[in-house]
Design a protein around this ligand. Structure first.
Ligand SMILES: O=C(O)c1ccccc1NCC(=O)[C@H](O)[C@H](O)COP(=O)(O)O
Length: 209
């Protein structure tokens, strides 16, 4: 089955819904200003209920001091900003966690950026570029043209994010063959408010394929 990451989890109810639904990963957003921001203390407490789930800490051009307090609560570092391959390698070496690199996609040329991260990132996450003027680099519920991936040579581990919902995730997987899907807004009632029912529906939609 396609792996699933439920991103932007901030409450036990959402975490439990992800676990019950059979998600593989949960994401904790360590970017201040995000409606899904979770402090290191809250993240540490919540992650204790994450048994069986791989815990992904999401950071945006973060300094080492911002990441360090989360380390006890996360298994993977997801870099969702303009981190260079060198910075990704530095973080992987310094903190001993695999790195996922998110790349914003609007055109076929944007996919080329993946090549530079192939040796350092455990997984490349293709996400939509944020809308013009947006303050945050992800979590906007917008999708990119999945057919752009048709021309991308499937090398290494990768995932699909951006505007996925219970209603479209089946089509997204059928169209792209994504081995992992990542969702945040599509399983929410409002920004930062996860819906247990929508998480369950998303998981059902993936499992039914
Ligand atoms: O979720 C946020 O608020 C966020 C803030 C800053 C950078 C990235 C952020 N989220 C990334 C994600 O949750 C997902 O990996 C991805 O962007 C898909 O989000 P969505 O389109 O909302 O499903």
């Amino acid at each position: 089955m396609t792996s699933v990451k439920i991103c932007g989890v901030t409450t036990p109810a959402a975490l439990i819904a992800a676990r019950r639904g059979g998600a593989d990963h949960v994401g904790f957003v360590g970017k201040e200003g995000s409606p899904r921001f979770i402090s290191p203390g809250e993240c540490t407490a919540l992650s204790q209920q994450a048994d069986g789930l791989i815990r992904v800490g999401l950071f945006v051009d973060a300094r080492d001091e911002e990441i360090r307090p989360y380390l006890g609560a996360i298994d993977v570092l997801q870099l969702h900003g303009n981190e260079s391959p060198a910075r990704a390698a530095e973080l992987q070496g310094r903190f001993g966690r695999p790195v996922w690199k998110a790349l914003g996609i609007r055109s076929a040329r944007d996919l080329d950026a993946a090549n530079a991260y192939r040796d350092v990132a455990e997984l490349i996450l293709f996400d939509a570029k944020p809308p013009e003027g947006a303050a945050l680099t992800g979590g906007h519920g917008v999708r990119f043209d999945w057919s752009l991936l048709d021309g991308w040579p499937r090398r290494g581990a990768w995932g699909l994010a951006g505007g996925l919902t219970p209603a479209n995730v089946g089509r997204a997987i059928a169209a792209t063959g994504a081995p992992l899907v990542d969702v945040s807004s599509g399983v929410e009632e409002a920004p930062g408010e996860k819906s247990a029912a929508k998480i369950a529906a998303f998981m059902e939609a993936v499992k039914s394929l």
